[in-house]
Structure formats: structure tokens, C-alpha cells
Design a protein around this ligand. Structure first.
Ligand SMILES: [Zn+2]
Length: 234
């Protein structure tokens, strides 16, 4: 009698442990990247300024100068999947003939950072951030946030709004601001479109590469990305 009493007590505590483990796995899977069906191309993230050293970086999420007011990247680096990176370099070279160079604010973004952005953004501004349950095209290494700098002055050009400004001024069709700012915004758009990038209309700085559906959502930190130099060591 006593033995069976202890036996059932043991079973209950085992069940409690199993239940706790089950809860932990449910909660952690809800916090991870969405599971995707289908086949994808093998990711090959390429560092943009290594591909074309004339591309400039201004990685705001590695600094406190962003809408969160704190850094979310440990390294100021920018990557895209190889075909998108090559297309971006071509857009950069065509703009350079017109006196401008590309300056990159963000490229590939780990899924965990998309989750941080979503959680930090109020409901009425959610159109400016991607829903982590769907993942972002940045998570697939096929979206880039960028602007231009003037080759003569070296200064970033004035656009109709600031980067990451959550207002109507950021819309690609916004007709306010100076004519020169609108001209530069449209010049950037033409160069990007001719290389297979489409603008996200609420944000003049955000472009998606045409093949984004073919790449999976990734959650690698920048330091985990295998660059060709690292790969050769193995
Ligand atoms: Zn973006």
C-alpha cells in the first residue's frame, strides 16, 4: 500500500516535469522564427562593402542613433544574398556615374531583431515594421535600407524625410519637401528598380530584391555568417 502510494506520487511529479518541459517548448517555439514549408535556395550572404568597397555603411542599428535609441547589432556590417548584393553593386556603379554613391543603413537582419522592433513599436506605427510571425524580407537577406551620398562633398544627401521616420513624409509618393530632395529620392528609386529591386511604398529607403521568396528566414548573428575567408580556413 505504502509502496504504491509513493509510486503514484513519483508519477505525478514526473508528469509535472513533463508538463513543464512541454510548456517551455511551446513558449520557446512561439518566440522563434516561423516554420516555413517549401524548398529554398541555399543562403549565401555576401558582405556589401567587401563586394564593392565604394559602397558606404551607416549601420544605425549598431549605434544608439535609431528609433529604439539603443544598439541592437554588435557589429556594424551589412550583408545580402549574393544575387541581390551583385545587383546592388551595379546600382551603385550606375549612380556613381551621376555623382552619387550608395550608403547602406541595413541589409540582412536576424529574425530576433525583427521581433525586438515589433515589440517596441506602437500599434498605429506597425506598418513601418515587419510582423515576426511572417518574418521580414530583411530576414531573408533580400531587403536593404539605404540612401545616397554626394561624391563631391561626401555628405549624405537630403531626402524628403529622415531614415526610419515613421511619418507620411517617408512615403515614396510624398509630394512635400524640396524639389531637390524628391529628385534624389526618385533617382535612387530608378537606379534600384532597373536592377530588380522594388521600393516598399511607405518607406523611400527600403527595397526588396525580386528573388526574396526563394530564400528562407534566417536568424544568424553577423558573427555567425561564414564569409569566404573564414570558409577557406575549414
Ligand atoms: Zn527595411
Amino acid at each position: 500500500m505504502k509502496i504504491s502510494y509513493y509510486g503514484s506520487k513519483l508519477n505525478i511529479s514526473k508528469l509535472n516535469i513533463l508538463f513543464a518541459l512541454l510548456l517551455i517548448s511551446i513558449v520557446s517555439s512561439a518566440q522563434g522564427p516561423p516554420k516555413e514549408d517549401g524548398t529554398f535556395r541555399k543562403p549565401e550572404l555576401v558582405e556589401l562593402n567587401k563586394l564593392d568597397s565604394t559602397i558606404r555603411l551607416d549601420i544605425r542599428y549598431a549605434t544608439s542613433d535609431n528609433f529604439l535609441g539603443r544598439p541592437v547589432y554588435k557589429q556594424a556590417r551589412a550583408f545580402l544574398q549574393r544575387p541581390a548584393a551583385l545587383a546592388l553593386a551595379r546600382a551603385n556603379q550606375s549612380l556613381r556615374k551621376k555623382g552619387y554613391g550608395l550608403i547602406i543603413h541595413d541589409g540582412y537582419r536576424p529574425w530576433s531583431v525583427t521581433k525586438i522592433f515589433w515589440d517596441a513599436t506602437p500599434a498605429d506605427k506597425k506598418e513601418f515594421v515587419a510582423d515576426p510571425s511572417q518574418g521580414s524580407r530583411h530576414n531573408r537577406g533580400c531587403a536593404v535600407d539605404l540612401s545616397m551620398f554626394d561624391l563631391k562633398t561626401g555628405k549624405t544627401v537630403e531626402m524628403p524625410s529622415a531614415y526610419d521616420e515613421m511619418s507620411e513624409r517617408s512615403h515614396i509618393n510624398y509630394q512635400g519637401g524640396s524639389a531637390e530632395a524628391r529628385r534624389l529620392r526618385d533617382l535612387l528609386r530608378a537606379a534600384m528598380q532597373s536592377e530588380g529591386f522594388a521600393v516598399y511604398e511607405p518607406e523611400w529607403w527600403h527595397y526588396d530584391y525580386k528573388d526574396w521568396k526563394e530564400y528562407p528566414i534566417l536568424n544568424l548573428s553577423f558573427s555567425e555568417i561564414e564569409t569566404p575567408a573564414k570558409a577557406q580556413k575549414h
